[in-house]
Design a protein around this ligand. Structure first.
Ligand SMILES: NC(=O)C1=CN([C@@H]2O[C@H](COP(=O)(O)OP(=O)(O)OC[C@H]3O[C@@H](n4cnc5c(N)ncnc54)[C@H](OP(=O)(O)O)[C@@H]3O)[C@@H](O)[C@H]2O)[C@@H](O)CC1
Ligand SMILES: Nc1ncnc2c1ncn2[C@@H]1O[C@H](COP(=O)(O)OP(=O)(O)O)[C@@H](O)[C@H]1O
Ligand SMILES: [Mg+2]
Length: 302
């Protein structure tokens, strides 16, 4: 596998003076459940702070007003929810007609237990052509769907970015040796991410294996991210990363480039937040607040 770690970082296209919001992409983020409204809200805020032109959050109806109250800059689409306040398979009928209204979709932050959400996640992953970033319970849902319902090999018909931490990676691969490698040394983590990505015969899947020194791989190439710090070991940091990568795809980067630049800028925001507040006290919200400075530093460097 080619090591792209030392290659120049991908860059965002310059913003022409006459640009309008449509030039920077429409993103839809589906997630949230009763008790986990914050996860999808943080993904939405990070998406806008990372330059998406428009962001809409698709959330269970019961948390719609709460999610809308966190930030006035994104839109909220309330979806029919199942008891106890989670999305479920019937939302496929609400969402499928919207597939091509958005340049990129994200699925998973705060989505809730796979018992209810597996069919939604599993079928979006198997059936949708639109670019899809899958995180958190979206990944748990995909793992559960593949185990419970799938009889054919998984060949996603569109671009995918999966962003598992090692726990989610283990559920996805369902294979002890590969799951163990996900918590090993760099070389093992590169092998684990690369082997899993290359299971997609279409070559459409990018794996972002998170943690200290996040590994990004599409099965042919990989990069190891070196920004970030243990202050980011705080609930919601990964939800922020989902929003960042989604925004970069919305702005036209390839999935591999968006994942690579996204991991870098997310870690840089973490380092800036840590300088300002310290590793003990920084929260995922502080990561979002440091994204502007991280993007300014990046554009000054590039
Ligand atoms: N404000 C909100 O609304 C928030 C909502 N959130 C939402 O909660 C939902 C559940 O997500 P989750 O990640 O908390 O639960 P889960 O998948 O069981 O993961 C824990 C397992 O993974 C492992 N593990 C993790 N990292 C590892 C590493 N680097 N290296 C090694 N192991 C690692 C860890 O291992 P252990 O603790 O045993 O060491 C454990 O086994 C999801 O929808 C998310 O979006 C959260 O984002 C928080 C803020
Ligand atoms: N020690 C660390 N060094 C660098 N990055 C870290 C560290 N701990 C966590 N992170 C980053 O923070 C994020 C945590 O994501 P995740 O485990 O999904 O959290 P959550 O589900 O709570 O949002 C990942 O991007 C990960 O790479
Ligand atoms: Mg997470």
């Amino acid at each position: 596998m080619h090591d792209a770690s030392d290659e120049p970082l991908p860059t965002l296209p310059p913003r022409r003076p006459e640009s309008h919001k449509g030039d920077f992409g429409r993103a839809m983020i589906v997630g949230g459940s009763r008790g986990m409204a914050g996860a999808v809200a943080m993904a939405g805020m990070a998406c806008l702070r990372s330059g998406a032109g428009l962001a809409t959050l698709g959330v269970p109806r019961c948390i719609g007003p709460v999610v809308a109250g966190f930030c006035p800059a994104y839109m909220v689409r309330e979806l029919v929810d199942d008891d106890p306040g989670v999305l479920y398979w019937a939302n496929l009928f609400d969402l499928a007609p919207l597939e091509h209204d958005f340049d990129v979709w994200a699925l998973g932050p705060g989505l809730g237990e796979p018992e209810q959400t597996a069919e939604l996640s599993g079928r979006m992953n198997r059936e949708w052509n639109a670019p899809l970033v899958i995180d958190a319970d979206g990944l748990n849902g995909v793992a559960s769907y593949e185990e419970r319902y799938a009889s054919e090999p998984l060949i996603p018909p569109g671009p995918r970015v999966y962003t598992p931490h090692p726990g989610e990676f283990g559920r996805l691969v369902g294979h002890d040796a590969l799951a163990e490698k996900a918590v090993g040394a760099d070389a093992d983590r590169v092998e684990a991410a690369g082997e899993f990505a290359s299971r997609d015969p279409g070559g459409n899947t990018v794996i972002v294996l998170k943690g200290h020194r996040t590994v990004i791989s599409d099965g042919r190439q990989y990069a190891i991210n070196t920004t970030g710090n243990p202050g980011m070991a705080t609930g919601g940091s990964g939800d922020v990363l989902t929003g960042v990568i989604t925004a970069l795809i919305a702005q036209g980067l390839t999935t591999f480039d968006a994942a690579r630049l996204g991991a870098h800028v997310h870690g840089l925001a973490g380092d800036l937040a840590c300088d300002r507040l310290g590793a003990v006290s920084m929260t995922a919200v502080d990561l979002i607040d440091s994204l502007p400075q991280a993007f300014v530093q990046l554009s000054a460097a590039g």
